[in-house]
Each structure stands twice: as structure tokens, then as C-alpha cells.
Design a protein around this ligand. Structure first.
Ligand SMILES: Cc1cc2nc3c(=O)[nH]c(=O)nc-3n(C[C@H](O)[C@H](O)[C@H](O)COP(=O)(O)OP(=O)(O)OC[C@H]3O[C@@H](n4cnc5c(N)ncnc54)[C@H](O)[C@@H]3O)c2cc1C
Length: 380
């Protein structure tokens, strides 16, 4: 996979932060259901919290390929930190695309410095994967919207400072009635519910967000009323590609661990690496990781070339890479034998984290449906 000199530098910086700041904390973060504050501080210190934001807004002005190269390195060390990081970048992209001048100035420089953390609150208990059926409402009252409803599974809930939130601004069905608004953590009427106890991504503080007649300034509407699709599409593209990059990073970590274990574990007269069955597992895993990496980088390159009328690559990259990571971490666990099934080794955490990615954002089945419709010319 060819990267430019600049992209390689970003990758090396991310790898160094991952090695020094993220990897040593990953196990405790998962075990204690923590939140990666220290890791995020390290990323902010390296100027990476606004990587794809323009320099004029305090960002690093880098391309999506640099972003995925960095995300892969972060996820390889700590998937929870990578998920919080990607979610922040997705929130930033929504404000960049749809924010008015005042909102951009208010939020983005602080988000790029890492002083404000972003979250994306779309999923609701009642509509799940189908955000177009969201019922959280935003009713105009003077210079404010009064937002009422609730969200579930919000990554960084309670920890983030800025919530890019999907709301219904009119009774028009589907996306035509939907908009996105920015809600501040300190806004009256915003509160947080129970933290989710999940299988994986335990260092991300996932949970419920409640909005009770929460007053949001009109200036915090992203795009136009009913303009959900225009703002959300670039966010979705970045989220899908970011999920693909996380999947590659987790799977690469599992592959590295499986190779190391296969060489060091002796069963009978020889290291298990000498068994053809194990060699087959390793070669299949390595091929799948590399194939997914190529697809994710290709999707990032396509995004950097500009909007496409049929953006299939982010969907393909997310679908392929996350299913790949679920499979590869499963096979890596197999190579580790019974030890892999204990909490003593990192491979079981990789297995649990990878599993979440096939659900995160859009479940694989939904991606397949959307992709199929796009390829068959059936997408509206
Ligand atoms: C690690 C992780 C992080 C997350 N972070 C966030 C976040 O930051 N913000 C946020 O808003 N949400 C977040 N989510 C929520 C996530 O987007 C939803 O879990 C996902 O959209 C699925 O919704 P659901 O869980 O309600 O499943 P449901 O909607 O109940 O779907 C259940 C199953 O039904 C099938 N299905 C549903 N719809 C379709 C369809 N149209 N076509 C085919 N099959 C379908 C799929 O198999 C799916 O897995 C996160 C989830 C995870 C796992």
C-alpha cells in the first residue's frame, strides 16, 4: 500500500502515540469500563484531534488517507480510544459541512485542540439502525429549538462536550423531516442515563442521552431544516471508512498476536507454528487483513478526490473490513487455544471489540441492502 511521505509521517506519529500512550492503558481501560482521557490528551498534544479540519479552523488540513493510516495504528493498540477518536472526527465533519460561520468558529478550533470532545447521537431505542424513523423532535421557539427525545448507544455519552444530534424538525416522513443540531453538554435539559455494559469497546462510555425541552440556539442547526442528508452523507462516509480502518487495526493486532503465539507455544515436539493447520490459519488471516486495508485506503483516496454520484466504496470498505475483523480475531483466538479464551491475553479483547464493528453505525445486513440498491440503480 503506497503512502506519500507526509502520510507515512502521520502514520509514524500515530504509531508512536499508540505505543507509548494507548497500548499500556488498553487492558485496564477495558477491564475498568474507563474512558481514554490520557490517550486523547496525547493525541491532542500531537495536533491530531482536528486532523482533517482545515488549517484556518485550527485543524491539520490532512487528507482521509492520513486519517485512516492513523486510525489503524490507534485501533491496533486500543480500539476504544480509536472509536472515541473516529466519533469525534465524524462530529467535527458534520459541523464543518453544515455549521454556520458562528458555529464553526465556536466549536471547531476548540475541537481541533482537543479541548472539546465531539459525539454523534443518532440511534434511538425505537428506530435502531433506521435513523430515518427517529422521533426526537426539535420545535422552533424564537431564536431556539426545543429538543425533546432520547438517544441510545451514544459513544462518549456524558464525556463528550458537543453532541451532533439527529432531530425531527417537521412531520415530513423519512429524511425530509430530519435535521442535525449541535447540543452543548452544559445545555439545560440535557442529561445522561445508564452506561451500557457491553461485550466490547468498554473504554468508550457508551450510553443514553436524554433531551428534555433542551434549548438549542438556532445558530446550532447544521445546514437547512430538513437538510439531514446533505450534512449526514459526508459524516457517514467518514464514519464508514473510519470503522473500516479500526477493523483493519484490530485485525492486524490479532494477527501479530497469533504469529507471536504460534512461534512461542510448543505442543508436543514442536512449536504450533510448525503445524500446517496453524500455517493455513495465519496465511488466510494475513491475506484478509491486507485485502481489507487496500479497500479502506482506496475508499479514503476516493473521498479525497471529491464527492461521487455513487459512493459505494465506503460501504464496501466498512462491510468487508468489519466482517473480516470479526473472522480474523476469531481465528486468532483459535490459534491461542484455551489461553486465548481467558482474560489473561489481549486476543479476547480484540475479538470482543471487533464484533461490535459489524453492528456499529450500520449493521452489515443494512449495508448490504444499501449497497445492493446502489449497485442495482434502485437507490433514491
Ligand atoms: C460499538 C458501537 C458504537 C456505537 N456508537 C454509536 C454512536 O456513537 N452514535 C449512535 O447514534 N449510535 C451508535 N451505535 C449504535 C449503532 O449505530 C446501532 O447499534 C446500529 O445502528 C443498529 O441499531 P440497533 O442496535 O437498534 O439494531 P436494530 O435496528 O434493532 O437491528 C437489529 C438487526 O436487524 C437487522 N436490520 C435492521 N435494519 C435492517 C435493514 N434496514 N436491512 C437489513 N437488516 C436490518 C440487522 O441484522 C441488525 O443487526 C453504536 C453501536 C455500537 C455497537
Amino acid at each position: 500500500m503506497e503512502l506519500t511521505v507526509e502520510q507515512k509521517q502521520i502514520q509514524a506519529t500515530a504509531r508512536e502515540i499508540a505505543r507509548k500512550e494507548l497500548a499500556p492503558r488498553a487492558e485496564a481501560l477495558d477491564r475498568e469500563f474507563g474512558f481514554p482521557r490520557e490517550g486523547l490528551r496525547g493525541l491532542a498534544g500531537a495536533g491530531m484531534m482536528g486532523m482533517t479540519l482545515p488549517a484556518a479552523l485550527g485543524g491539520a488540513g490532512l487528507d482521509t488517507v492520513s486519517f485512516v493510516a492513523a486510525v489503524e495504528e490507534l485501533a491496533r493498540a486500543c480500539a476504544s480510544t480509536a472509536l472515541v477518536y473516529v466519533t469525534h472526527a465524524v462530529a467535527c465533519s458534520g459541523i464543518l459541512v453544515g455549521g454556520k460561520g458562528s458555529a464553526k468558529g465556536q466549536y471547531l478550533p476548540a475541537m481541533a485542540r482537543g479541548e472539546k470532545l465531539g459525539a454523534f447521537a443518532a440511534t434511538e431505542a425505537g428506530c435502531g439502525a433506521n435513523v430515518f424513523a427517529a422521533t426526537t423532535s426539535a420545535k422552533r421557539q424564537g431564536e431556539h429549538y426545543l429538543v425533546s427525545g432520547s438517544k441510545v448507544f451514544t459513544t462518549s455519552a456524558g464525556e463528550a462536550d458537543v453532541y451532533v444530534t439527529a432531530v425531527r424538525t417537521s412531520p415530513a416522513p423519512g429524511p425530509a423531516g430530519l435535521s442535525l443540531v449541535v447540543v452543548d453538554k452544559g445545555a439545560a435539559g440535557l442529561s445522561f442515563g445508564r452506561k451500557d455494559r457491553r461485550l466490547g469497546f468498554n473504554g468508550t462510555s457508551s450510553g443514553e442521552v436524554f433531551l428534555d425541552a433542551c434549548a438549542v440556539p438556532e445558530a446550532n442547526l447544521l445546514g437547512q431544516e430538513g437538510g439531514y442528508m446533505m450534512v449526514a452523507m459526508p459524516m457517514v462516509g467518514l464514519a464508514l471508512i473510519g470503522a473500516g480502518a479500526m477493523a483493519v487495526g484490530i485485525a492486524q493486532a490479532a494477527l501479530d498476536a497469533a504469529i507471536a503465539h504460534a512461534k512461542s507455544r510448543t505442543v508436543g515436539p514442536q512449536a504450533i507454528a510448525a503445524y500446517q493447520g496453524v500455517q493455513f490459519l495465519i496465511s488466510e488471516m494475513a491475506s484478509q487483513v491486507e485485502a481489507a486495508r487496500c479497500l479502506v485506503v482506496e475508499a479514503a483516496r476516493a473521498r479525497d478526490r471529491g464527492p461521487s454520484p455513487l459512493p459505494v466504496l465506503p460501504f464496501e470498505a466498512k462491510l468487508f473490513a468489519t466482517e473480516m475483523a470479526a473472522r480474523v480475531t476469531d481465528r486468532a483466538l483459535q490459534v491461542h487455544g484455551g489461553q486465548g479464551y481467558t482474560r489473561d491475553l489481549p486476543v479476547e479483547r480484540l475479538f470482543r471489540d471487533a464484533r461490535g464493528l459489524t453492528l456499529h453505525f450500520s449493521p452489515s445486513e443494512m449495508l448490504k441492502e444499501m449497497l445492493g440498491k446502489m449497485l442495482l440503480g434502485l437507490f433514491p
